[in-house]
Write a protein that binds this ligand. Structure first.
Ligand code: 5GP
Length: 202
């Protein structure tokens, strides 16, 4: 247990600055982000195998039937899923694996992996989230409206997470994330081997 990586679920409605936060967090090499599979089309600048594995509906359904997903869910008319191959080999190596997934997936992970740490990233307000989505300019008005409605729904799940971080100022949110990780590492359950060692050498 001590040398294994921690599975971390990182959920945030789109427009919460999750991508920017993750870019900062991933500068620390003990963290990696699992690359999900999705059936949605790549946005401008997104690279297959880096941002997502972009696959067809047919392939997604085939892989799901093969049991290749740790979890998968439908979101805004598309499938999204976490491939087991993106997670377990890295946890074994002691790397903390972050799953950037929506709330249904998070709840499924909670059941499948009760030791996972669930962190919810919230916007300061829904109005601010809508403003950020317009500013990003990567989606049509209709898609933005769908995503703002989805954000409403997702925020109702926030109390089911272990921690809620409000992303108002990026630097503060990132530092809150590392504070959470540090506090978790100091939890009694992850320190038992250390105490045994100290007692043995006393
Ligand atoms: P986007 O289309 O903006 O990249 O992602 C839409 C939503 O799907 C986000 O909330 C994102 O976290 C979620 N998502 C991305 N990958 C996965 C996945 O593998 N599983 C689940 N359940 N959700 C995912």
């Amino acid at each position: 247990m001590k040398n294994k990586g921690r599975l971390i679920v990182f959920s945030a409605p789109s427009g919460c600055g999750k991508g920017t936060m993750l870019a900062e967090i991933l500068k620390d090499e003990s963290f990696r982000c699992s690359v999900s599979a999705t059936t949605r089309k790549p946005r401008e600048g997104e690279v297959d195998g880096v941002n997502y594995h972009f696959i067809s509906n047919e392939e997604f359904e085939k892989r799901a039937a093969n049991g290749e997903f740790l979890e998968h869910a439908g979101y805004c008319d598309h499938y999204y899923g976490t491939l087991r191959s993106e997670v377990d080999p890295y946890l074994e190596k002691g790397i903390n694996v972050i799953l950037e997934i929506e709330v249904q997936g998070a709840m499924n992970i909670r059941k499948a992996r009760p030791d996972a740490l669930l962190v919810f990233i919230a916007p300061p307000s829904v109005q601010e989230l809508s403003r950020r989505l317009h500013k990003r300019g990567t989606e049509t008005e209709e898609v933005i409206a769908k995503r703002v409605a989805a954000a409403h729904e997702e925020l109702t799940y926030a109390p089911k997470y272990d921690y809620i971080i409000v992303n108002d100022a990026l630097e503060d949110a990132v530092s809150d994330f590392f504070a959470v990780i540090r506090a978790e590492q100091l939890k009694t359950e992850f320190q038992s081997e250390f105490i045994d060692e100290v007692l043995k050498n006393a």
